[in-house]
Structures are given as structure tokens and as C-alpha cells.
Design a protein around this ligand. Structure first.
Ligand code: GSH
Length: 313
């Protein structure tokens, strides 16, 4: 794993030396207007580059599916192992024949300096990255293509935006990024802080889901789409690999039923790939798992019935 420095690839791990062992995520650098009015929606103009292992990319795949964008925005999936060259393609990717994702970043900006992350939304007309920030890509997918697809389902409705923004910020800091802050911590203190914040936040969400079906009332919103990818990975990788092990999600009744509810909704199940998820984390992070042995378990059944219909939708 590494990063680009003025367009040159450099193989290096995250530097936590100046932050007391704390993992601090870098900001994405390619941004799109979240106001969909500025976005030129066209079929087959854009391509989404994802890892099926990555929770941030997973959000975009879910939104692409539930907004009926699968036939409009093709996807290229990277190999699950992120090694010396960072993300790589199994076969040369279809637009330029690149074998590494960092080549695509250099195509967009030959002097790019920064991390080479998924997801990437690529504009094949401008030959550039529209956006490499999942939170913005899902906003684009939520509305920008409605005229093409006829799907006007809105997961960020005006009247709920304040509530969605508030829960998103809480979930991002403590849970989505919180599991990484546990896993990538390099001091005991940094890990302890992240662990305590993570499980305190999961307790808050567990209690909230005892009152209502979803994070914001009884309708699925963007907030649920952002939490799901972290929850679905939790028992399989974060408990062991990232040491998020106070308890499993399976032991939290509201969260585990909620997780199955979402998994079974609109074939979100089809966006989940546990082979890529487990291979990526356990094999790519040699400083955390030097043997690179990928565990066989846990046995999980997300198709099992859930009790969430007790709240009306
Ligand atoms: N803020 C970005 C974060 C994306 C991100 O960190 N993706 C990870 C994979 S889960 C990645 O590509 N990491 C490579 C690296 O940090 O070098 C987003 O939400 O889109």
C-alpha cells in the first residue's frame, strides 16, 4: 500500500507517528457538486471504480442498485488484495488498459499527491475523476439521474436533512471511521479511546433502533445506507482483525435485526461479497496480520427472519 507524491507512486503505510498513534483519515481531493442541478447526467458517460471489500465504496454500490443505475453506470472492481502497488485490477481496466488504480489518478492529474482510494467516479468524456468521496457520490446518485431512470426515490429528503446530517456525523466519527481508528491505532491509548467511542455509539444506535425501524424514523434514508456497510463487515472482520471485540453485532438484538432487515431489502444482499471483504482485510494489512491467514468463519445467516416489521414503514 502506498500513495502518490507528485504523480510518483511511493509504497508506504499510514504514518501515525505525529498523532500519538491515532489513525487520521485524509480528506478526499476530487469533489463534485452535491447539488445535482450542476451534474450532467448521461448514460454510459461515467464509470465507478470500487473494491467490494471497501465500506465506503459499498455505499455507492448500494445507492447505484436502489436507484436503478446499474445499466447506466458501469462498474470496475479491483482485486481484493491491496499490496505494494495499492489497488490493482485483475485484468487491465476497460477504458485505458491500466493495471493499477494509481494510473487512473495520474491520468486525472499527472501531479496528484495523496492517497489512491476507492470509490472513484470517472467521467469518460472529460477523462477525469468527477469525485473520489463516497459521501458525495451517493448524493449524486440519489438525484442526478432521476430523469434518465424514472426513479425518484429520495434518500436525502429536504425535510429530514438536518436529522440525517446529525446522525451521519455521529455514525461517521464513531462507527464508520471508528472501526478504522481501532484497527489502525498504533498505541494502546489511541486504540482504547477509539474502542470506547465505538461501543458507546453502538449502544446509542441500539437504543434508538428500539424506538423506530431505521436511523431516521421509519423510512430508509441515506443514513442507513452509510451505516450498513460497516455493520455487515463487523462480525466477520472488525471484531477480530480490528480488535473491536467488546461484543459482536449478533449480540445486539436491535442492530442485528436491523442489519438483516436492510440486507433483505431491494436485494442489497447482491452488493455484499464476504470473500472480497475477508480477503482484503486479513491479507492486505500485513502489519496487523503478518501470517495473512484468512479466517474461515464466522457462520452467519443474514437471510434469517427479522423482527423489524413491528414498526410500520
Ligand atoms: N473518504 C473516502 C475514503 C475512501 C477510502 O479510504 N477507501 C479505502 C478503502 S476502504 C482506500 O481506498 N484506501 C487506500 C489508501 O488509503 O491508500 C470515501 O468515503 O470515499
Amino acid at each position: 500500500m502506498g500513495l502518490l507524491i507528485d504523480g510518483k507512486w511511493s509504497d508506504q503505510w499510514y504514518d501515525t507517528s505525529s498523532t500519538g498513534g491515532r489513525f487520521v483519515r485524509s480528506e478526499s481531493q476530487f469533489h463534485c457538486q452535491s447539488d445535482h442541478a450542476h451534474f450532467s447526467a448521461e448514460a454510459d458517460r461515467y464509470r465507478l471504480y470500487v473494491s467490494l471489500a471497501c465500506p465506503w465504496a459499498h455505499r455507492t454500490l448500494i445507492m447505484r442498485r436502489i436507484k436503478g443505475l446499474e445499466s447506466i453506470i458501469p462498474v470496475t472492481v479491483v482485486h481484493p488484495h491491496m499490496l505494494e502497488q495499492g489497488w490493482q485490477f485483475d485484468e487491465p481496466e476497460p477504458l485505458y488498459g491500466f493495471t493499477c488504480l494509481h494510473e487512473l489518478y495520474c491520468k486525472a492529474d499527472p501531479h496528484y499527491s495523496g492517497r489512491v482510494t476507492v470509490p472513484v467516479l470517472w467521467d469518460s468524456k472529460q477523462e477525469s475523476i468527477v469525485c473520489n468521496e463516497s459521501a458525495e457520490i451517493i448524493r449524486i446518485f440519489n438525484r442526478a439521474f432521476d430523469a434518465l431512470t424514472g426513479n425518484s426515490d429520495d434518500y436525502y429528503p429536504l425535510e429530514l436533512r438536518d436529522q440525517i446530517d446529525a446522525i451521519n456525523a455521529f455514525v461517521y466519527d464513531n462507527i464508520n471511521n471508528g472501526v478504522y481508528r481501532c484497527g489502525f491505532a498504533t498505541t494502546q491509548q489511541a486504540y482504547d479511546e477509539a474502542f470506547d467511542a465505538l461501543f458507546a455509539a453502538l449502544d446509542v444506535v441500539e437504543a434508538r433502533l428500539g424506538q423506530q425501524r431505521y436511523l431516521v424514523g421509519n423510512h430508509i434514508t441515506e443514513a442507513d445506507i452509510r451505516l450498513f456497510p460497516t455493520l455487515i463487515r463487523f462480525d466477520a472482520v472488525y471484531v477480530g482483525h480490528f480488535k473491536c471485540n467488546r461484543n459482536r453485532i449478533a449480540e445486539m438484538p436491535n442492530l442485528s435485526n436491523y442489519l438483516r432487515d436492510l440486507y433483505q431489502w431491494q436485494d442489497i444482499a447482491g452488493t455484499v461479497n464476504f470473500e472480497h471483504i475477508k480477503q482484503h482485510y486479513y491479507y492486505s494489512h500485513a502489519s496487523i496480520n503478518p501470517t495473512r491467514i484468512v479466517p474461515k468463519g464466522p457462520a452467519q445467516d443474514f437471510e434469517a427472519p427479522h423482527d423489524r416489521k413491528r414498526f410500520s414503514r
